[in-house]
Ligand binder design. Structure first.
Ligand code: ADP
Ligand code: ZN
Ligand code: ZN
Length: 817
């Protein structure tokens, strides 16, 4: 009898490939193991065994595999099942899913580049001959391709050698350079040793009688260190003593206090006793009971809890329960919300059982987490991770928490698989018969809808922890302010007043400026022309700090122009405003305070994001200007005022979710204000204070927003009432993409009638020299989604049978919102 395996290889092929194996290999191989297989003329890929069987392929002669790479599966049955679901639901190939799912160190292939691990000294005597040859060559050559290694060893079959070298930590597989988390430095203060004697101290306190604030700092330092018996952070000292870091600084300058830094390692768990989890207050307690009850009927439950209601502590109790049952936990968060704050908080409770998985980690580190999860090891009982952690090889999952479930970044837009991690997590939980809790202060309409339809369980917390009041919201009509000449730049008199007051009290301020759809564009005052990107049909944006014009889609840039390219006039105006401009204006308005900015530009560098957060936490920043990055689950104790510079550009963004998103964004940023006893203040500047969304934001009325938006979704046939699939066609020849998209839309319309929209040119119709056309298919609830997809695939196939269309690229995006 002949033996075969079906193999998934990480390329977008519609079908699995079948390879021949020997009888003993068939005995040994199991689904989920890696094999090295030849593909095409000379390529070699790492594939995952999908199925072992005895059916020869009919269309071709099966080639033999090159090598078996694993002793045991690295991908389990449930994962393969999930991959299959993703491929079907999101209309992509298993190869696409495989590439997204596996850390790149698992996928050796002929294009892989290996480099020497310079951080480790290798005892060369432990290397086998072939390993030594490769390692030796890497002394003289910075990198090698698999193909070069084949030549060096004079054999085809080299992946096992590479695999062994990786295991011995002699080499790395090259990838983007990932940054490891650096330990953060936290500033502490102690009394200078000059004052350790009783008499010196007494004299100091007497001297300080004339400086009551400074005296207060010293007294607080004593009382805090007496109670906590731990080093005292400068920031804590400032808050506890009710003074400011400036006063502490003057004590340091005078040599009364000494400052020093301690590294607090944010990722590695340093051991030590675990803390007991916190006692819940009555609202949290009720919510926890209700969640457990809801779980009896609904595996999926939505927790709608206002910002700072203490949702995390509720999750912690559920996690504790799940661990006690010996099961694994997945805690999903948007990438950027995976902050040190949260990691530390969970490690305090659960110690080394917490593993973190996200894109800042190197492939090697991700492999480590992968293996811990695969072996259900004690070191990864709780995985705290971003979107892609749904791909980990969970063995026995008991609970998934999806925090900030409304966040758009759970959806992967490019490349395929274009999956939504929250929705995929629901499927994953189902496979493990696990419970899944979706949490948010501003749930997505689709989750809230599912809860209302009784498809999901539903639990609410309406009170903030410790009865901290919701911030006081004020809408400022800037049209009126402009008329009355009460604006300075982009700042209304009200905003300036509140900022002045807040700063005088020693509190911090966050100013929010929406990034999307609002970049500084240069426009000629004489003829109205604005410089365009030569590749993208989109206006270039002005970057003051580099004095450049840049395209946000393709990265094209040029120096800022001196005069209009169209009419030669030198009167150029930069329309709109970005965070940079706000920062400049703040610096002029409040020259004595420290201003910082948080946006894509300032956080791109090494740990930029973490650095700014730490600086804010440590109160080294008085005013922080930022984009949506500010909204994500951060807990800043001393921020009292939040200013939203311009609500209108969010509301006017051309997208059916713009209103929902504006509501979510504004409430989330507002949630950063006044998280302690002091009531926070939020000021929203707008041209249109009577906009319903702004009224709903200012009264924190989620239900009114939900009802109104759902009404629109019914009327205009949008999700969650209708399902949606977007088809994008791309080609460098406009005529071709035009004809092709017209053909495709016409064929689709024959079937789906007026539920097909388009083809349309998107607002940016050319990106990287490719013209785009979009077709949107709306799918009513009663229409079978799987049949619809089958029909689309069939039409697609006929499309590609037309010779002229073959070079057109088609992208399918299911739930494209
Ligand atoms: P949310 O996630 O709902 O915005 P958090 O879980 O971050 O709220 O809680 C807000 C603050 O209240 C945090 O600083 C947290 O430590 C504190 N907190 C919440 N619940 C408790 C509790 N039961 N005991 C002590 N502190 C709590
Ligand atoms: Zn001009
Ligand atoms: Zn461009």
């Amino acid at each position: 009898m002949n033996h075969f395996i079906d193999v998934i290889i990480p390329v977008p092929l519609k079908k699995l490939f079948t390879y021949g194996i020997t009888a003993s290999e068939a005995d040994f191989l199991k689904a989920g193991m890696r094999v090295a297989v030849p593909f095409g003329k000379s390529k070699i890929y790492t594939g995952i065994v999908y199925r072992v069987h005895n059916e020869p392929p009919t269309a071709y002669d099966a080639k033999d595999i090159q090598q078996i790479l694993d002793d045991a599966p690295i991908v389990n049955q449930k994962q393969l099942q999930l991959w299959q679901w993703i491929a079907n639901y999101y209309m992509c190939t298993l190869g696409d899913v495989m590439r997204a799912a596996l850390p790149s160190a698992f996928i050796l292939e002929s294009e892989t580049v290996v480099i020497k691990n310079k951080t480790k000294t290798i005892d060369e005597t432990v290397l086998k001959d072939d390993e030594f040859l490769v390692y030796e060559t890497l002394h003289h050559q910075s990198s090698l391709k698999i193909h070069d290694i084949s030549n060096i060893l004079d054999k085809k079959n080299v992946l096992p050698v590479i695999k062994r070298l990786i295991e011995k930590e002699a080499i790395f597989v090259e990838e983007e350079v990932y940054e490891k988390y650096k330990p953060k430095l936290v500033r502490y203060a102690k009394l200078h040793s000059n004052f350790s004697s009783e008499t010196a101290l007494q004299k100091l306190l007497d001297d300080l009688n004339r400086a009551p604030k400074q005296r207060q700092v010293i007294m607080t330092l004593f009382s805090v260190s007496a109670t906590t018996k731990k080093p005292v952070k400068v920031s804590d000292l400032a808050t506890e003593s009710g003074t400011s870091t400036a006063i502490i600084k003057s004590l340091i300058d005078k040599g009364i206090l000494e400052e020093y830094y301690i590294q607090t390692d944010r990722v590695q768990y340093s051991g030590g006793e675990n803390e007991a989890t916190k006692n819940l207050n009555e609202y949290q307690e009720v919510a926890l009971k209700e969640i457990k009850n809801a779980f009896n009927k609904h595996a999926v439950t939505l927790l709608h809890g206002v910002t700072s209601s203490g949702k995390t502590e509720v999750y912690v109790k559920l996690i504790e329960d799940t661990l006690n049952k010996g099961k694994q936990v997945l805690y999903l968060l948007p990438e950027i919300a995976l902050t040190a704050q949260l990691i530390t908080r969970l490690q305090e409770y659960f110690g080394e059982q917490v593993a973190v998985f996200h894109s800042k980690y190197s492939s090697q580190e991700r492999v480590e987490v992968w293996n811990h999860v695969l072996n259900n090891s004690g070191k990864a009982k709780i995985v705290l991770g971003a979107r892609s952690s749904i791909f980990l090889p969970f063995d026995d999952l008991g609970l998934i928490v999806v925090d900030e479930e409304h966040e758009q970044s759970f959806k992967q837009f490019d490349p395929a698989p274009r999956y939504h991690a929250r929705d995929t997590a629901v499927v994953l939980a189902n496979m493990h018969e696990a419970k899944i809790l979706l949490g948010s202060a501003t749930p997505s309409l689709e989750s809230y809808f599912n809860a209302k339809q009784n498809k999901y369980g539903f639990v609410e917390i309406t009170k903030r922890y410790n009865d901290v009041l919701m911030p006081d919201m004020e809408l400022v009509d800037i049209k009126d302010k402009f008329k009355k000449k009460l604006m300075k730049g982009h700042f209304s008199d009200r905003l300036i007043e509140e900022m002045t007051e807040t700063l005088r009290e020693g509190h911090q301020i966050i100013l929010f400026q929406n990034r999307r759809g609002f970049s500084p564009i240069v426009e000629c005052n004489t003829c109205g022309n604005s410089p365009q990107c030569p590749n993208c049909d989109v206006s270039l944006t002005y970057h003051q700090y580099r004095n450049q014009l840049r395209c946000h889609y393709c990265g094209y840039n040029s120096v800022m122009i001196k005069d209009c390219k169209a009419c030669g006039s030198a009167e150029l105006d930069s329309k709109g405003f970005g965070t940079e401009q706000i920062e400049e204006e703040v610096k002029t308005l409040f020259p004595d305070y420290k201003v910082a900015r948080m946006d894509l530009d300032t956080t791109r560098g090494k740990f930029g994001y973490e650095k700014i957060i730490t600086a804010l936490e440590q109160q080294e920043i008085d005013i922080l200007v930022g984009t949506q990055m500010l909204t994500k689950g951060l807990d800043f104790r001393n921020v009292k005022l939040v200013g939203i510079m311009n609500a209108d550009n969010m509301l006017n963004f051309p997208d059916f979710r713009a209103h929902e998103r504006s509501f979510q964004l504004m409430l989330q940023v507002s949630g950063r204000a006044g998280r302690t006893q002091e009531r926070g203040k939020v000021l929203i500047q707008t041209y249109n204070p009577y906009h319903n969304i702004l009224q709903q934001v200012s009264t924190n009325n989620y239900v009114a927003m939900y009802n109104e938006q759902m009404n629109d979704r019914y009327n205009y046939k949008y999700p969650p009432i209708y399902k949606q699939i977007k088809i994008t066609l791309k080609h460098k020849d406009y005529h071709k993409v035009d004809v092709a998209s017209a053909w495709l839309a016409k064929s689709l319309k024959q079937l789906f009638k007026d539920h097909v929209l388009g083809p349309e040119s998107p607002p940016i119709s050319r990106i990287r020299n490719q013209f785009h056309k979009n077709i949107l298919i709306k799918i009513p609830k009663q229409q079978s989604l799987s049949k619809t997809k089958k029909a689309i695939i069939k039409i697609n196939n006929s499309f590609f049978n037309i010779k002229d269309f073959r070079s057109v690229k088609i992208i399918l995006n299911v739930d494209n919102f």
